[in-house]
Design a protein around this ligand. Structure first.
Ligand code: HAM
Length: 435
């Protein structure tokens, strides 16, 4: 049996998607909008590695979170025995880089990252094992002004994208000592309702009791609704911080719902936490989540410094954007060269370079094909014009320009001849009109 016959086709890993050229144009368009949006608030890009030491996430996100307990892609480096993990989120890595390079030495930092993250979850619409986040972190800022600014930023992004029906939910997780007092009361509440707790809740009631309230189990809803609310345990400082955020949201005309059950799935949060959700994405309706994590820098070995941030799930954002805003996939090029002989093809390559110098997007048909097949390709490319170089054109030194789109053909003759020397100027002016 030949090697080729015995090799079984390889497909992508479950929950990890290829983003094909037809779709990626929209991704790139989103990324360009996002970069401008971030620049408008002074955020700069920080690119940390995809792979980090496992202990960074275990300590940063928390040992008893879903992510660390069961969702991380971790393995042992075969060469040196290190335990490594594909990042399940950006924050821990961004904080590690901030500490490692002493970025807060001179001033606070506004940083962002965009890219893939990995969680071994059960895949469904809006939930993947490799997905992408836009992650934004404001490091070294303590006040409610920055929390509010982050939320304002997000409201602006939804507006820029024309998104409808995204709601803001807000909560405060208070300070560690307030959480400790609440935790005690909560564990006591869970203990008195032990009979309705499911297995997971019983397992978690002492390790992570707040997460028990996050349950979807209908039999536990009444117990969860009557549980002591962390919000009621907040002291003066926490309340003032929360009020500071709310006042600024009010100033900006941003409405929100206070959701005392909002706890988030990562352990590093304190004070402000928030999520933006929608009903239009099925079960996975959270487009963005974030909050303050004032203890994380110290927890990860840095000097104590406050911080706040959020991450947007890009697949979910794109899903919503597709529902709300039409989008024309951009053409592959402005001009497509069709040619007849090797000599014509070489001339086409020379002319194409000149057109590219002038800022046009140009494709030269590759390989030998008949005119008909080449025109079909030209049409598929979405180009405004095909430039035809046959033997006659080579001899006369004049190319034929054929307009391929109705709107151009209506405004000018469908096919025009143009001396090679004038082709750049001619196409540059006509193709630019289109834009
Ligand atoms: P997170 O809530 O775990 O927060 O994730 C943020 C967003 O990523 C979610 O709101 C959702 O849109 C998207 N997402 C999460 N899991 C998946 C998945 N399996 N498939 C597709 N999308 C998903 C964080 O990651 C924090 N690091 C956010 C943060 C930054 N907090 C402070 N700074």
């Amino acid at each position: 049996m030949s090697q080729q016959q015995s090799f079984k086709k390889v497909s992508a890993i479950t929950g990890m998607k290829d983003i094909l050229p037809g779709e990626s144009a929209r991704w790139e368009h989103l990324e360009a909008i996002v970069r401008d949006w971030l620049a408008a608030y002074g955020y700069r890009n920080l690119r940390a590695p995809v792979l980090e030491h496992t202990r960074l996430f275990a300590r940063g996100i928390g040992e008893v979170t879903d992510i660390v307990e069961k969702e991380m892609y971790s393995f042992t480096d075969a060469l040196n025995g290190d335990m490594l993990t594909m990042r399940p989120e950006f924050t821990a890595g961004m904080v590690r880089a901030t500490i490692e390079h002493n970025l807060l030495y001179e001033r606070p930092q506004r940083v962002y990252a965009m890219g893939p993250v990995f969680r071994h979850e059960r895949p469904q619409r809006g939930r993947y094992r490799q997905f992408h986040q836009i992650d934004v972190e404001a490091l070294g800022f303590a006040g409610p002004d920055v929390d509010a600014e982050l939320i304002l930023m997000l409201a602006r992004l939804w507006k820029l994208l024309g998104l409808k029906d995204v709601r803001l939910e807000l909560n405060s997780l208070g300070l560690p000592e307030e959480r400790a007092a609440h935790r005690q009361a909560l564990v006591a509440h869970l203990e008195t309702h032990i009979d309705v707790l499911d297995e997971e809740a019983r397992r978690r009631m002492h390790t992570n009791p707040l997460r028990v309230l996050d349950t979807k189990n209908p039999a536990m809803q009444e117990m969860a609704n009557s549980a002591p609310r962390l919000f009621d345990f907040l002291g003066e400082q926490s309340r003032a911080h929360f009020d500071g955020v709310c006042e600024r949201l009010h100033d900006a005309g941003i409405s929100y719902t206070l959701n005392p059950r909002l706890v988030r799935g990562l352990d590093y949060y304190n004070l402000t936490v928030f999520e933006w959700t929608t009903d239009r994405l099925g079960a996975q309706g959270t487009v963005c989540g974030g909050g303050r994590y004032d203890g994380l820098l110290e927890l990860l070995g840095g000097k104590p410094a406050p911080a706040v941030g959020f991450a947007i799930g890009m697949e979910r954002l794109l899903d919503l954007w597709e529902q709300d805003a039409s989008y024309d996939t951009p053409a592959e090029c402005d001009v497509y060269f069709v040619h007849q002989s090797e000599a014509a093809q070489r001339q086409a390559m020379r002319l194409a370079e000149l057109l590219r110098d002038a800022g046009l997007k140009v494709m030269v048909h590759a390989g030998p094909s008949g005119f008909k097949a080449q025109f079909k390709r030209a049409d598929l490319s979405g180009a405004a014009a095909a430039v035809i170089l046959g033997d006659a054109e080579l001899q006369s030194g004049r190319a034929s320009v054929k307009w391929l789109r109705q709107e151009q053909a209506d405004n000018q003759e469908q096919q025009q001849e143009m001396p090679f020397g004038q082709l750049v100027e001619f196409l540059q002016s006509r193709c630019k009109q289109k834009v």
